[in-house]
Design a protein around this ligand. Structure first.
Ligand code: ADP
Ligand code: PHD
Length: 417
């Protein structure tokens, strides 16, 4: 079995779905993981925001746009006005969830998951039906039932042992040898829908590859492979032909958007190679990621956006690090705030963290606990692995730089956007 993952960009229009079919060609024994089409997840987040704020009109308008967007793709794929019953049913259910929810702030994450999961349910339904109509017999897998996750919403991890039986039963019980399942979503032990964190479809594919003992996993992207920087931010970026698991985890953890950080472990555990390949040209080799690789010889630049810089100071001037470290980090953990860089002095602890809905609540609690907190928004974290003096001079010393940390091999720069 091979696992193929198609991200939102690759199936953002009918041409992308036809291209997916061409990539599959006449392959058999394939598990295809598909993300929501184009920017659907962002739109569903806005549907959720409407529910959250009690603005039903906003939610309805967003759903209407999504309906049109999917309808246009379907009409294009089937060469004329076409209604797919299963797609209609999903939209009817989404309407119902968005309109009838007795929304409670305490359940924000649950409602978020319930709503945003529709993106992948829709995309896989369209892809599966299109493949069937194009002569590719396939089995649609409901990943809410196939993958058991933690009882945690919005950023759940998959329980691989608990999922294995279910996924294997689904695959072994099917007559078809091509499977189409949703990335990004799963089901909690209590039966509710969960999501695995934004851009989590790569991780879904890796879990499937692990459970099925796949010979390889390929993610089809809108770039030639892994480059030494995001070409959207650094136009001179060049392709890296091979990487090892360890370097890739470092890259992903530092914020390289090309691969979700949780993707590597399930692959590494079974030594499954990961290919990052361009969906625009199947013949190109892309980048291969596996246990060992030739060393990377170019510096790698990774920009993590949407960061907040918190400076936490103890009011009684006790050494923050030694006495208060545990309090600070358990509080951050409780609010599920992810820390990306720590900078400490005798009385201050500087924290570069991912922006989140809960920062202000955490800051309020820090203050209750006897800390002064300064919060600066619109920050970015630039990581340069294998930095040169020239790169450090270029990025490390501008007036917008708040913190600069260097080790022998890596520079990390917190700067204002
Ligand atoms: N180091 C990198 N190499 C290649 N692409 C990168 C890198 N860092 C960020 N990117 C960005 O990742 C994008 C592809 O990832 P993503 O959008 O998550 O794919 P998809 O959602 O289709 O799976 C590229 O368009 C590129 O802008
Ligand atoms: N659709 C989800 C999950 C995902 O992985 O998407 P993509 O493969 O397009 O990054 C998201 O946008 O976050």
């Amino acid at each position: 079995m091979k696992v193929y993952k198609f991200g939102g960009a690759s199936v953002r229009n009918a041409e992308g779905v036809r291209n997916l079919r061409n990539i599959i060609d006449d392959e058999q024994n394939l598990f295809i993981i598909v993300s929501a089409m184009g920017k659907t997840t962002n739109a569903l987040e806005r549907v959720f925001e409407g529910v959250q704020r009690g603005d039903r009109e906003k939610s309805a308008a967003e759903i209407a746009r999504l309906r049109e967007y999917h309808a246009a793709i379907i009409d294009d794929l089937w060469h004329g006005p076409t209604r797919l019953e299963r797609v209609e049913a999903l939209f009817a259910e989404l309407d119902r969830v968005a309109a009838e929810t007795q929304y409670r702030a305490a359940d924000a994450e649950l409602w978020y998951d319930t709503i945003v999961a529709f993106g992948e349910l829709l995309s896989t339904t369209v892809v599966s039906e299109y493949l069937a109509s194009a002569g590719v017999a396939n089995h649609w897998v409901d990943m809410r039932r196939a993958l058991v996750t933690q009882q945690r919403h919005k950023d759940a991890s998959v329980d691989i042992d608990a999922s294995a039986f279910r996924l294997l039963a689904e695959v072994e019980g099917a007559a078809e040898t091509i499977f189409v399942g949703q990335g990004f979503i799963g089901g909690a032990p209590d039966g509710t829908t969960t999501t695995l964190g934004r851009e989590g479809s790569d991780y879904s594919a890796a879990v499937v590859a692990n459970i099925l003992g796949a010979e390889s996993m390929s993610v089809w992207k809108d770039v030639d492979g892994v480059l030494n920087a995001d070409p959207k931010t650094f136009p001179d970026a060049e392709q890296i032909k091979e990487l090892n698991y360890l370097d890739t985890i470092e890259l992903a953890y530092s914020g390289a958007q090309i691969i979700h950080p949780k993707t590597i472990k399930p692959l590494q555990n079974k030594n499954i190679p990961l290919y990052v390949r361009p969906f625009g040209d199947k013949r190109k080799p892309g980048t291969v990621i596996r246990g060992t690789s030739a060393p990377v010889t170019v510096p790698i630049l990774i920009l993590k956006k949407d960061q907040v810089f918190l400076t936490v100071r103890s009011r009684d001037f006790s050494f923050v690090l030694e006495e208060k470290f545990a309090t600070i980090f358990s509080l951050l953990e409780r609010y599920r705030i992810k820390t990306n860089l720590i900078h400490n002095s005798a009385v201050n602890l500087g924290l570069c963290v991912d922006n989140s809905w809960h920062i202000d609540e955490a800051v309020a609690e820090f203050r209750d606990e006897g800390f002064d907190v300064m919060k600066v928004e619109d920050m970015e974290l630039l990581t340069i692995r294998g930095y040169t003096d020239e790169l450090l001079a270029k990025y490390g010393y501008t007036p917008k730089v708040f913190v600069r940390q260097t080790t022998q091999s890596t520079a990390r720069i917190v700067r204002k956007k």
